[in-house]
Every structure is written in C-alpha cells, then in structure tokens.
Ligand binder design. Structure first.
Ligand SMILES: [Zn+2]
Length: 317
C-alpha cells in the first residue's frame, strides 16, 4: 500500500495529502536507482571474481574428470611399457641366445616415432597430449619390433625342430634285440676278404629278421640290392645328413618315400658281403661317413656311451 504524507493547511484548517509532482517523482526514482546500482557494483564484481557461471563450473568439473582419466592412462602406459621391456629382455637374453640369434640392437627398438598429427596442434593442453601421443607411438613401434622378432624366433625354432627331428639320433635296432655293437669304425681286418680295409660304418649283430628302424625323419633315396651292401636302404635327412642300412633280409620302404624317425626300414639279414646276421649302419654328413657312435647319445645311458667311446679299439673320427 502506498504511503501518503499529509500537510496542515491553515486556510482550510485541515490536513491535506501531499501529492508529488511527476517531475519530482522521476527525479527521486532515478536517484534511488543510481544509489542501488552503486551499492550493487562491488557485490557483483566480488561475485564474478569468486564464483564462475554454472556452465564454467560444469566444464571445470569435466576437466577434473578428464585429467583423472589422463592420469590413469599414463599409469596404463607405464604398465604396458614395463611388460614390454620384460618381453624384450627375455627375447634378447633367453630366446635369441637359445636359438643362436644376435640380440636386437637398441637402436632398432628405440627408432623414431614419426611426426605429430596436425589436428593435435589445435588442442589446448597440447604439451600433455603430445607427450602421451609420443609415448603411445613409441610403444606401438616397440610392439611391432617385438612381433617381428617373435616371427623370426618362430621361424628359427621351426627350422631347429625340423633339423632335430631329421638328424639321426637313435639306435637303428632296439637295445633289447641288439646282441653286439662292434665299435670298429675306421681301419679294420675284413673277416671275409682277409685284408685290412677301411670300414666306414658300425656293425650291429642281431638275430635274423630283427626290425631295423629309421634313425631320423627323411626320404628314401635308394632301395635296391648291391654286391657289397646286399639289400640296402639310403635315407636323406636333409641338413647334410644321410644314413645307410645294409645287409637287410628284406626292406619295407620304396624309393622317394617319406619316413619318420622310428619307422620300420626292414629286417636284419646277411645279404651282400656279410658272414653273419648283422646290420651295417652308416651315417654321412655332407657326403662323408662319420662315426655313428656320436649320434647315439639320446639312445644310450651316459655310462653305456662312455664305455663305447672310451674303448681302446674305438678310433675317434
Ligand atoms: Zn660293416
């Protein structure tokens, strides 16, 4: 309700309401408004200085969350980097050494990471983004190097496994059925020809028909009869290795056939130049006969192997 002011009129002897003129009223209104504005200015300034807008507050909150996420990401990168370093160490110190490969040069793993994406240059907090981007790029490069290294290791391991499976490494006759292993490799007196002659294999006495086995994976390169060897099988094992099984009673393989280590080759006989049932076994490396004794380690106990190689008749080759 509007306040009314009264004034005493001596002419009418009455109190009469004072009605302000329009001009006066406007003046007062402007005065009050100006005073109000002057009083509000410092308060507004103080508010702007101390309080942000709702939108700003929301953005700041969002930035805080993003920075926390960023921190987490940095920890993840640190973890990935540590695991990768562990892999690289194992790769160099264990796998590559085991497979006779040179450790990778540090320069290969630390190679350059390439340029920064142009779009990133427009991003605020660029230094922070740049650092993470570079770390991730480096990590990506190192993972790539590691993958290539593992491919190389796999290939090398495959070759070595195949080489191991092919290399002659067992006795061609089962130990139970081997009556006697003649350790004469080299010059010996031939029982039939009655002369000293170079003997380039080992003779294994066994009963007629004793099974003879392939000593490594390979391919049959000869399966026929010869005057000296009698019925004979030649196996090519690859990697420069070859084996020969002579004086057989019968053979079970065909020319060109692929065989696995332990597969039946034939049976002990006395065909060709032979005076008793035995297997004449030869191992060749790069076309030259070598002493088969050195290929039996896996099939003989350590004591049995030592007994053979230390035998006075045994001539190391
Ligand atoms: Zn012989």
């Amino acid at each position: 309700m509007r306040n009314l002011y009264y004034r005493y009129n001596p002419d009418t002897c009455q109190y009469e309401p004072i009605v302000p003129s329009g001009k006066k009223f406007l003046k007062r209104a402007v005065l009050y408004l100006s005073l109000a504005l002057i009083a509000a200015l410092p308060t507004t300034w103080w508010y702007i200085q101390n309080y942000s807008s709702i939108q700003e507050q929301y953005l700041m909150q969002e930035k805080k969350i993003l920075l926390a996420d960023w921190e987490k990401l940095q920890h993840e990168i640190d973890g990935a980097q540590a695991s990768l370093s562990e892999f690289s160490k194992k790769d160099d110190e264990y796998y590559r050494t085991l497979l006779n490969l040179q450790p990778l040069a540090p320069s290969i793993r630390e190679a350059g990471v390439g340029g920064i994406d142009r779009k990133l240059e427009e991003v605020k907090d660029y230094a922070l983004v740049k650092e993470s981007y570079e770390r991730l790029e480096k990590l990506k490069h190192q993972v790539q190097v590691e993958l290539q290294s593992y491919d190389e290791l796999n290939l090398k391991a495959d070759i070595q496994l195949s080489q191991r499976a092919s290399r002659p490494a067992i006795l061609p006759i089962h130990r139970r059925e081997l009556v006697h292993l003649h350790t004469t490799f080299g010059n010996r007196f031939h029982p039939l020809l009655r002369i000293w002659r170079d003997h380039r294999g080992l003779d294994m006495t066994a009963a007629k028909g004793t099974p003879v086995f392939a000593t490594g994976n390979g391919v049959v390169t000869r399966a026929d009869y010869s005057e000296t060897y009698g019925l004979v099988i030649y196996l090519d094992h690859g990697f420069g290795y070859e084996t020969r099984y002579a004086h057989l009673l019968k053979y079970e393989l065909k020319l060109g056939q692929e065989v696995k280590r332990g597969q039946l080759v034939g049976y002990v006989g006395t065909t060709g130049q032979s005076d008793a049932y035995h297997l004449h076994y030869e191992v060749l490396h790069n076309g030259v006969q070598v002493n088969p004794i050195n290929f039996f380690q896996r099939d003989l106990s350590h004591q049995e192997y030592q007994k053979i190689v230390e035998h006075p008749k045994y001539k190391a080759k």
